[in-house]
Design a protein around this ligand. Structure first.
Ligand code: ATR
Length: 262
């Protein structure tokens, strides 16, 4: 995706993957700094571990406790997190800011991905925000640690299934339904109402069992390709100052994953 963007934007750059020994992260960061890299993304298992190795961490990333993007400004390493904002950008393809603010939103999951999305959504001040997770204490500790929305509620999976018709937007942030366990679903969607937007951050498969079943109940759906593209575009913008073509990237990736549209 990034290399297509470099080409499209006429920028002399390259995006390359590096697999780093977990015991040598500090050395790797020093090496990338010495080689004058413009920036990089950080993924599992280093999103937290990289924080003490940076010169500055933006407030949102500090609050979430995870960095996915680093920019090297003349030797000063600045960390941020574009995951939550990337999700919100993709959500704008389906709902306006006003609609989001009038929505009752259910987030399923309380892991790393949920944290970033919770914080980004809470900043938009939706009418109601609830988090349901298999391990209930984790949902509670998520809303307590990220105090962006003081009215947010932690509920059980059973409660959220019972209350499902009260939610306008339902987002799966868990890995349930991801390839190869494609028939698994994070919740039962029997009570989903037909004007709900069901979103999944999974993009392999493009249509998870959760989205497929939600669709059967008349819901509108959004898969994880948009979030993937937008979190990348926000990082790309930090490094290059350009806004790459995200629509084209969504189509290209959707096609690569065997689909015809998002
Ligand atoms: P990530 O950084 O991708 O969010 P994570 O922090 O390990 O990964 O979080 C994974 C999320 O998926 C959690 O909400 C987890 O629920 P628990 O907190 O109960 O572990 C959820 N999850 C993973 N596998 C699950 C399963 N089989 N059933 C229900 N929830 C699951």
């Amino acid at each position: 995706m990034h290399n297509h963007w470099f080409e499209e934007e006429g920028i002399d750059g390259k995006y390359v993957p590096f697999e780093i020994d977990p015991n040598r992260l500090e050395e790797a960061v020093r090496g990338m700094k010495a080689l004058n890299f413009t920036g990089w993304n950080v993924t599992i298992p280093f999103k937290e571990a990289i924080i003490p190795l940076l010169d500055q961490v933006e407030e949102d990333a500090k609050l979430i406790g995870a960095v996915n993007t680093v920019i090297n400004q003349q030797g000063k390493l600045i960390g941020s997190n574009t995951d939550g904002a990337g999700f919100v950008e993709s959500l704008y393809e389906k709902r306006t800011l006003k609609e989001i603010q009038q929505s009752s939103i259910l987030l399923i999951g309380a892991g790393g991905a949920a944290k970033g999305i919770f914080h980004a959504l809470a900043k938009l001040e939706p009418a109601h925000l609830a988090v349901a997770n298999r391990t209930e204490e984790r949902a509670l500790s998520l809303i307590q640690s990220i105090k962006t929305n003081k009215k947010a509620q932690a509920i059980t999976i059973r409660e959220c299934e019972k209350l499902l018709s009260t939610f306008d937007i339902v987002i799966n942030t868990t890995s349930v339904g991801m390839f190869p366990h494609v028939e698994n679903m994070p919740i039962d969607v029997t009570k989903m109402k037909n004007c709900t937007l069901a979103a999944d951050i999974i993009y392999n498969p493009l249509e998870t069992a959760f989205l497929r079943e939600a669709k059967k109940h008349g819901a509108d759906t959004l898969n994880g390709v948009g979030m993937f593209v937008h979190q990348g575009a926000l990082a790309f913008h930090q490094w290059t100052g350009t806004n790459p073509d995200t629509d084209k990237a969504v189509s290209r990736i959707t096609k690569q994953l065997g689909g015809t549209s998002c």
